[in-house]
Design a binder for this molecule. Structure first.
Ligand SMILES: Cc1cc2nc3c(=O)[nH]c(=O)nc-3n(C[C@H](O)[C@H](O)[C@H](O)COP(=O)(O)OP(=O)(O)OC[C@H]3O[C@@H](n4cnc5c(N)ncnc54)[C@H](O)[C@@H]3O)c2cc1C
Length: 421
């Protein structure tokens, strides 16, 4: 390490880590950002080729680098997102050390932290963990019982229909990634078998506006986790499926089914060539539509209450219904040549040796501030609001943490340089 002590160490050079650096530079607080790969590499390396934002461009509100393009209500495609982020990286000009993995962070007895990285060790008065919310791709152990000659990938490894071997594709999971990947394959003419989970969905446009615009006007994105009806449980919610592709539209799995996609309930077992599904397809589709109609109904209420002139209200009416719950599928008979797991990620903070985690490995914090003085989290989904783990809310959270870091500096004893670890 070039320096043996920093006031602040930031772990992770994604949009959260660089946002933190932006504010620390403004306050003239010395710091370093350690990034194990390259800054913001996930947008290049962990997204499929036809990926585009689900959130409208105007919500790209990274600090000092808000979206100023010509299409605020559009949805940037993968290459445009990477251009935008490259510009953000240049504009922040963070003290960034790429290719350094932080392997251990532990509190020191007298205050401050020891930080061990792949390039050596240093100490820090304070540490901001900005290592993202999507660490370990989940592939269930039952996958080991599936035929070895049928390749399996996780959603973060999927690139395009043409990168998969020939044959039909089994997509497991219908959250944002699963639903969009199923659509990507379906549009490319591939036969798709989709195991539908409990993810909710929402409309792209309703009564003349993007639903995100309505929700913004309704102050939904200002609601802190402490005011959400689910409180902290909202952090476990699966994101609503909808897409920004081709200017934005709904994702309607029932429509895909009417066009030949085969839908099943949640995948629950595997036995040689056969996979098993729960008999909950109908219930899962109905529940997703229920959320869709519920969000639209809340917009109706808002429009009515405020006397807003808008397009006519409507309720989604199913365009397809399952005739029966099919609970078994023979992969060979179905011609399935590959499987894509789209069931999310597990946290991995194994390198952080501080008593701040709950039994499920999730950090305990209030607005990113932990019970360990000087230790903070940034960029996690619903850290503070809906936008915390997205482009829209991370700047607000980073600005708040700056105030906490400044307060801690003003009140805590500084760690002597070169303290023993
Ligand atoms: C499929 C998908 C679609 C999304 N779509 C949208 C969208 O449309 N709009 C939106 O606003 N948001 C979207 N998001 C959410 C969010 O914007 C991203 O997850 C974003 O990448 C979060 O930024 P971050 O900086 O918090 O974490 P990350 O981008 O994950 O960055 C964390 C960084 O930390 C590094 N790191 C991890 N551990 C260590 C370590 N021990 N030492 C050093 N470095 C480490 C990683 O290499 C990584 O670069 C999407 C997320 C996913 C997964």
């Amino acid at each position: 390490m070039e320096q043996t002590h920093y006031s602040v160490v930031i772990v992770g050079g994604g949009q959260a880590g660089l946002s933190m650096s932006y504010f620390l530079q403004q306050a003239d607080i010395d710091h370093v950002v350690f990034e194990k790969h390259t800054a913001m590499h996930v947008w290049r390396d962990h997204r499929w080729d036809n990926f585009c934002l689900v959130t409208p461009n105007w919500q790209c509100q990274l600090p000092g680098y808000e979206y100023r393009g010509a299409d605020p209500h559009g949805f940037m495609r993968k290459d445009e997102i990477n251009d935008y982020l490259a510009g953000f990286k240049r504009s922040v000009a963070a003290p960034l050390r790429e290719g350094i993995e932080v392997q251990r962070v532990a509190p020191l007895p007298g205050g401050g932290f020891v930080v061990r990285g792949s390039a050596g060790e240093c100490t820090a008065d304070q540490v901001v963990v900005a290592s993202g919310g999507y660490h370990l791709p989940i592939i269930p152990r039952l996958a080991e019982r599936l035929p070895a000659d049928i390749p399996q990938v996780h959603s973060e490894q999927y690139r395009s229909a043409s990168s998969l071997p020939p044959g039909a594709v089994l997509v497991v999971g219908s959250g944002q990634s699963g639903a969009q990947i199923a659509e990507d394959l379906h549009l490319a003419g591939r036969k798709v078998f989709l195991a539908v989970g409990q993810a909710p969905r929402c409309a792209r446009f309703y009564r003349g506006k993007d639903v995100v615009d309505w929700l913004a006007e309704m102050q939904y994105y200002e609601m802190p986790v402490s005011a959400h009806p689910l409180r902290e449980d909202v952090r476990d919610n699966t994101n609503h499926y909808v897409t920004g592709r081709d200017g934005g539209r709904d994702i309607d799995l029932r429509k895909f089914a009417s066009e030949g996609m085969e839908l099943f309930g949640a995948l629950c077992g595997a036995d040689g060539d056969t996979v098993q599904f729960k008999d909950n397809l109908r219930a899962n589709l109905d529940a997703a539509d229920g959320v869709y109609n519920g969000i639209n109904a809340s917009i109706d209420k808002y429009i009515e209450k405020n006397g807003i002139v808008a397009g006519a209200p409507s309720v989604y009416v199913p365009v397809w219904e399952p005739t029966q719950e099919i609970t078994r599928l023979n992969l060979r008979d179905a011609g399935i040549g590959s499987i894509i797991w789209c069931i999310g990620f597990a946290p991995d903070f194994g390198w952080l040796d501080a008593p701040v985690f709950n039994g499920r490995g999730h950090p305990g914090h209030v607005r990113g501030v932990t019970a360990q003085p000087g230790l903070y989290f940034l960029g996690l989904p619903w850290l503070y609001t809906w936008g915390s783990g997205r482009f829209s809310g991370v700047a607000r959270d980073a600005r708040y943490l700056l105030a906490c870091i400044q307060h801690q500096r003003a009140t805590a004893t500084r760690v002597p340089i070169g303290s023993p670890s």
